[in-house]
Design a protein around this ligand. Sequence first.
Ligand SMILES: C[S@@+](CC[C@H](N)C(=O)[O-])C[C@H]1O[C@@H](n2cnc3c(N)ncnc32)[C@H](O)[C@@H]1O
Length: 304
Amino acid sequence: MEHVPVLLEATMEMLQPAPGRTVIDATFGRGGHSRAFLERGARVVALDVDPEAEPEARRLAAEAGAERFRFYRMNFSELGQVVEKEGPADAILLDLGISSPQVDRAERGFSFQQTGPLDMRMDPESCVTAEKLVNELSEPELRNLLREGGEDRDPGKIARAIVRARPLHTTADLASAVSRVTHAPRPGAKHPATRTFMALRRAVNREGESLSEALAAVPRVLKPGGRMGVLTYHSIEDRAVKNWIREHAEEEKRQPGMAFGHANPERWVRSLGEAVPTEEEIAANPRARSARLRGAERLPGGGA
Ligand SMILES: C[S@@+](CC[C@H](N)C(=O)[O-])C[C@H]1O[C@@H](n2cnc3c(N)ncnc32)[C@H](O)[C@@H]1O
């Protein structure tokens, strides 16, 4: 099936790819957004930690040429290094989380729908797997991980169930340990282990930390007037992005005649608002259901 990038038109409108502009696609995935940036004439610098992104990246490089498309297998927490090589960008996109091909392959261990090893690493060279966390963390550590990373409703009960079910080796082991103390999966309803899987995935891949590190690098990444767009799929991620924009955005002018400036050095971006998918977009691409795009523009001269 053709890969459908989430909130494609809203992302293009926000980031305005065009000839002469450089866009960093910090989460290349299967290249859906990168391809659209290239089609609109922009130069693209793409990153992904997953080696399975590389074949599509090679294909795009062959089609677009090395001057217009560059790929780095790298964590976006290291954006600063990419900017040292490639220079600052006119726009950056972070499309957070995992891609459909990652979820769909049982052996990556992201899915409770299929049995696979408890892996969940986006970067297979990193050393912490979900199996290691569920079997080696103490019960209080697991409880905190579940509370913070997935907002499980009763993290204590689930942590206890996991500890009792040790050793766990497969996604099915984990899914059944959780459903034993919650409820059995019901057709059409959210699987009871959804939040547990998400919390573990976020911990395995240090997703919260990587996002904070990437956001901290934005002043070096974007040219003045450059734009950032972040696509999130969960309230924890969305809150982190919303709060970051709130903390750094210049307040809109309130009185007529008052100049719009950025006298406060902490306030060096302008919010570009948010977008959510339409019903038609969700029908065509169910993965878009929980997506939210937020954006910010670096003010000219702000954020040194
Ligand atoms: C939602 S998918 C992106 C889909 C992409 N926009 C497309 O249209 O194909 C997220 C991708 O980001 C990658 N990723 C997640 N966290 C990352 C990080 N910290 N650094 C680099 N890549 C990351 C994942 O491996 C995955 O391929």
